[in-house]
Design a binder for this molecule. Structure first.
Ligand code: ATR
Length: 273
């Protein structure tokens, strides 16, 4: 039976095994998808051992995505743009291809599951860390009207603007942020992990038509609560993004697989509440 795994730390909470088993059932393949807890020091060896012992593919989650980027033999363009790898594909002879499906996962969730238009849309990303960097190029590719990166540390947002060098991309501090009418606002900060509210005026957030948190949990995140209080029409967490990025990885490993991701999202939603 083909063996897959997700490398992370912590990893016990990872929903990837459930998601991949659900996809496997949909397409009628048998697989074993495990969780691999490792450390920064042991990551490289753990990956090598997994593939040497016949691993068919792996996902990589926090905090190893950049380390995975550094160790693979080849990277896809989207992984190159993200500067991070979340999916490993063995190519034989010890060689690995690194891909990043986070951005496409977000785009699919927004467009397909939430019917959010991206072309000609004003989009705001909150945060300028790895999570934000991973989704900038896929959002720009959709032809957004503007993409504003708001971050507590302006230097980090400025670096991303320089890196992607697109006229539609701009950076600002939270206090300078003006949210265009009907904008899509995406929280890519890690503030939700610690339940911290973001320094956003309710009046400003109220201009948004959709507020999306890349984090998810049993309860609405602090950002989602802020958005609901501001009266934003569509407020959503990142569970759909998680399932969609997994779907894109599954399709890399099982070429041509047609998946019903919405069914998996609905099923998972019931298990996390
Ligand atoms: P990740 O890989 O999850 O993006 P990261 O690279 O550590 O993690 O980045 C975390 C992001 O969340 C950063 O943009 C950080 O802002 P700074 O660049 O100013 O550090 C942002 N962040 C975390 N906690 C925050 C908070 N309480 N308020 C505002 N921004 C926060």
């Amino acid at each position: 039976m083909a063996i897959f795994t997700v490398f992370g730390n912590p990893v016990a909470h990872s929903l990837s095994p459930q998601i991949h088993q659900a996809f496997a059932q949909q397409v009628g393949v048998e697989l074993n998808y495990t969780r691999s807890l490792t450390s920064v020091l042991r990551f490289r060896r753990a990956v090598a051992e997994f593939f040497r012992s016949g691993g068919a593919g792996a996902n990589v989650t926090v905090p190893f995505k950049q380390q995975a980027f550094d160790l693979v033999t080849y990277v896809t363009t989207r992984a190159q743009q993200a500067g991070a790898v979340n999916t490993l594909v063995p190519l034989g002879y010890g060689q690995l291809l690194g891909d990043n499906t986070d951005g496409i996962g977000l785009v699919r969730d927004l467009q397909k599951n939430l019917q959010q238009k991206l072309t000609n849309r004003d989009v705001v990303i909150l945060g300028a860390g790895g999570a934000a960097r991973g989704v900038i190029a896929p959002l720009l590719e959709q032809g957004v009207a503007s993409l504003t990166i708001a971050n507590r540390t302006i230097e980090k947002a400025n670096l991303l603007v320089e890196k992607f060098g697109q006229p539609t991309l701009q950076a600002c501090r939270f206090e300078q942020l003006t949210i265009p009418t009907d904008a899509l606002v995406i929280n890519a900060t890690s503030a939700s992990l610690t339940g911290q509210k973001l320094p956003l005026e309710s009046d400003e957030l109220a201009h948004a038509a959709c507020a999306y948190d890349m984090m998810y949990g049993a309860q609405p995140t602090a950002f989602m609560q802020q958005a609901r209080q501001a009266g934003v029409a569509v407020v959503q967490d990142g569970l759909g993004m998680l399932v969609e990025q997994a779907g894109a990885a599954f399709q890399l490993w099982h070429e041509g697989a047609e998946l019903d991701t919405q069914k998996v999202i609905q099923k998972l939603r019931k298990t996390i509440v």
